[in-house]
Design a protein around this ligand. Structure first.
Ligand SMILES: NC(=O)c1ccc[n+]([C@@H]2O[C@H](COP(=O)([O-])OP(=O)(O)OC[C@H]3O[C@@H](n4cnc5c(N)ncnc54)[C@H](OP(=O)(O)O)[C@@H]3O)[C@@H](O)[C@H]2O)c1
Length: 272
C-alpha cells in the first residue's frame, strides 16, 4: 500500500480530498498545525511549513506528497509569500532529504494566467502575475519543476461543492474583486479534484503542469445563484473576457473524465 502525505488537509479542498484518498487505498498522513477532525484511518503529523524541523516526520517513508497547503484568503502579502514560496521550499527540502523518490503533486491556481488573454489559458502560456498569491504560486511551481524530484502541478479552477460555501461566497468576492456578473469561470467539483489528484498520483501527469476544468464554464452570476445568492446584474461590456478561463484539453488527453461534468449536474445530484 502506498503512503502519502497531504498538506492543507484542514482546508476547503483538503478536508474533502482526504477521505477520498483514504477510500482509494492510500495510507494517509496529514500535516496539521492545529486540532482538526480527520478520518480515523489518517495519521496526523503535527507540523508547519514554516518549521523545517517539523517536516522530517511528515515526509519520511512516503511515496507521494499532495501539497495543497497555501495562504491566499488574506491581504498580508508577506505572509502569502512565506507560506506559498518559503513553505514550499521547506517542504521540498524535506522531501529531497528524507523521501527523495516520492512523487510530489502540487496544487496551483488558474489565477496565474494573464487576465488579458485572447482565449482560455493553455498550460504552455507564459504567465507573469503581479499579485502576491498567483506570483507566489508561479514561484513555488518553479521550485518544484527545478527540484529534481518527480513532480506534477495541477492548476485548480474555482472549486465548489458538498456544502463548502464557496459558491455563496461569490456574493462577497464579486464586488471586492470587481467581478463582472457575466464573466465565465472555469470550475471543478471536489469529486473531480480528487479524480485529478488520483490520476496525478498514478504518474499520468509527471513532469507536467496541468489545468483542471469541468465541462462547462459558468458565469459569476449563475455560480452565485447556485450558491443561493442573487447578486447584482450588469449589462456593461466585459473587460478581459477570458480571465479565469482555462483550457481543459490536456487533462482529458491524460485520461481525465469529469465525474461531475457541470455545476448543473451537481445541483441536480444535490451535491452543491
Ligand atoms: N479553493 C479553490 O477554489 C482553489 C482554487 C484554485 C487553487 N486552489 C489551491 O488549492 C489549495 C487548497 O486551497 P483551499 O481552498 O483548500 O485553501 P484553504 O481553505 O485556505 O486551506 C489552506 C490550508 O493550508 C494550510 N496551511 C496554510 N499555511 C500553512 C503552513 N504554514 N503550514 C501548514 N499548513 C498550512 C491550512 O492549515 P490551517 O488550517 O492550519 O490554517 C489549510 O489546511 C491551495 O494550494 C490553493 O492555491 C484552491
Amino acid at each position: 500500500m502506498s503512503t502519502l502525505l497531504l498538506t492543507g488537509a484542514s482546508g476547503l479542498v483538503g478536508a474533502r480530498l482526504l477521505p477520498r484518498l483514504v477510500a482509494a487505498g492510500f495510507e494517509c498522513r496529514a500535516l496539521v498545525r492545529g486540532e482538526h477532525p480527520l478520518p480515523p484511518e489518517v495519521v496526523a503529523v503535527r507540523g508547519d511549513l514554516a518549521d523545517p524541523d517539523s517536516l522530517r516526520a511528515a515526509v519520511e517513508g512516503v511515496d507521494l506528497v499532495v501539497h495543497l497547503a497555501a495562504l491566499f484568503r488574506t491581504q498580508d502579502e508577506a505572509a502569502i509569500w512565506r507560506a506559498n514560496l518559503d513553505g514550499t521550499r521547506n517542504l521540498l527540502s524535506a522531501v529531497e532529504a528524507y523521501a527523495p523518490r516520492a512523487r510530489v503533486v502540487m496544487a496551483s491556481t488558474g489565477n496565474v494566467y494573464d487576465a488579458d488573454a485572447a482565449r482560455p489559458a493553455l498550460e504552455t502560456d507564459a504567465c507573469a502575475p503581479t499579485a502576491a498569491y498567483p506570483a507566489s504560486k508561479v514561484a513555488a511551481e518553479r521550485l518544484l519543476r527545478e527540484s529534481g524530484l518527480t513532480w506534477a502541478v495541477l492548476r485548480l479552477p474555482f472549486v465548489y461543492g458538498e456544502g463548502d460555501g464557496h459558491l455563496a461566497s461569490l456574493a462577497a468576492l464579486a464586488p471586492r474583486f470587481g467581478l463582472h456578473p457575466a464573466h465565465t469561470y472555469s470550475v471543478a467539483h471536489h469529486r473531480d479534484v480528487a479524480a485529478a489528484v488520483l490520476l496525478a498520483a498514478e504518474g499520468r501527469m509527471d513532469g507536467r503542469v496541468v489545468n483542471l476544468t469541468d465541462d462547462a464554464a459558468v458565469t459569476v452570476f449563475e455560480l452565485a445563484r447556485y450558491g443561493g445568492v442573487l447578486i447584482e446584474g450588469s449589462a456593461e461590456p466585459l473587460v478581459d473576457p477570458w480571465s479565469g478561463r482555462m483550457d481543459g484539453s490536456l487533462i482529458r488527453e491524460l485520461g481525465f473524465v469529469p465525474v461531475v461534468p457541470t455545476v448543473a449536474v451537481a445541483a441536480r445530484e444535490g451535491s452543491l
